[in-house]
Design a protein around this ligand. Structure first.
Ligand code: NAP
Length: 316
């Protein structure tokens, strides 16, 4: 994609037209980029279904959005804990009962830099279980409606995909040996990104190219990510970094996912995020993805494992 197509500023929400009649399902809107993305979509007239683990926070978010945008906005909150497959299933069922179409599912929610190895109720390392297996299940369950709507699936990844061991540790998926917060987070984000390009291939094979799937990331953005799940020291360092010009606002961090959810004719092969220094900040557009994220053999193996682990059926 030509980043300059959108001028010096890169892609901004000014490119989004009227979204009346469109429905977006987005995970993790109680703070950070998810909150900002939901707000912008609502401000353009869309219906937004928010999937959050904390109902009280979600209620507060709805209230804030109504205060800021007006009580006419079409927003709905459904409870979903991505870290629990049963909760993901329940939430997906509720979404399918509640809305007749999904123009885009934005998989935004995540946890990061969990200090000690922790397992989800389903027995997976917490970042892999939440960020990866949670989304894998959610996408598979909502896929029939996304397909019917000729919709999109947007995965919010991270530059962290390139900061760990750069492959999937199939022989020790839970990091029983050598757990480090960064390696485990990196693996979960790499898995999320790999799954995007693998899903594109699977859809092509099944002749279902009317569903589009995108990978993006928010660069470095001022959000609650590290505050929520990181160690004291990581939180402290990140708090300092957030004060620097190397980190951008949460609103700007929401632009890549909004671009992937709404921009017509966006090339699925791209990886979208800030194109400035280190890809942390700057104009939003397409930039390089390291080759290990598109390793076909690893992606195929991961896909098969994920279907087995989650029991998710895609119905291609
Ligand atoms: N900020 C950055 O610089 C940065 C860099 C690279 C990638 N990212 C990615 O950007 C995305 C958004 O994160 P953010 O930076 O905006 O962080 P954030 O402010 O912490 O927002 C994360 C959202 O995810 C929700 N969430 C966490 N665990 C969940 C679960 N088990 N079930 C349902 N929702 C859950 C949080 O809910 P609660 O309010 O309940 O905690 C919150 O709404 C993530 O995918 C992250 O990996 C961020």
């Amino acid at each position: 994609m030509d980043t300059h197509k959108f001028g010096k500023e890169g892609w901004t929400p000014d490119s989004i037209g009227n979204l009346n009649g469109k429905t977006f399902v987005i995970t993790g809107t109680t703070s950070g980029t998810g909150f900002e993305a939901a707000k912008i979509l609502l401000s353009k007239g869309a219906k937004v279904v928010m999937l959050n683990r904390n109902s009280k926070k979600a209620e507060h978010t709805v209230k804030t959005l109504k205060q800021e945008l007006g009580s006419h906005i079409d927003v709905l909150a459904i409870k979903m804990d991505l870290a629990e497959q049963a909760s993901v299933k329940k939430a997906a069922e509720e979404v399918l009962k509640t809305v007749p179409q999904i123009d885009a599912l934005i998989c935004n929610a995540a946890i990061a830099q969990v200090p000690k190895q922790t397992l989800t109720v389903d027995g997976w390392e917490s970042q892999m279980g939440t960020n990866y297996y949670g989304n894998f299940k959610l996408q598979a369950l909502l896929f029939p409606l996304i397909e019917k709507s000729k919709g999109r699936i947007v995965t919010v990844g991270s530059l962290g995909y390139n900061m760990g061991i750069k492959t999937i540790k199939f022989d020790d998926m839970n990091w029983d040996k050598d757990y480090t917060p960064n390696n485990a987070y990196s693996q979960s984000k790499l898995a999320q990104i790999m799954c995007v390009y693998e899903l594109q291939d699977q859809l092509k094979k099944a002749g279902k190219t009317h569903v589009k799937v995108y990978a993006c990331h928010p660069g470095a953005s001022r959000t609650s990510l590290i505050k929520t799940s990181g160690s004291l020291i990581t939180r402290f360092v990140w708090q300092l970094m957030k004060l620097s010009p190397f980190v951008q606002s949460a609103e700007k961090g929401a632009y890549p996912q909004l671009m992937c959810a709404t921009e017509p004719n966006l090339d699925q092969k791209g990886f979208y995020g800030p194109t400035g220094r280190n890809n942390w900040t700057g104009p939003v557009g397409e930039h390089t993805l390291a080759p290990h994220a598109k390793d076909k053999a690893v992606a195929k193996r991961l896909w098969e494992l994920s279907e087995k682990e989650t029991g998710a059926k895609w119905n291609f």
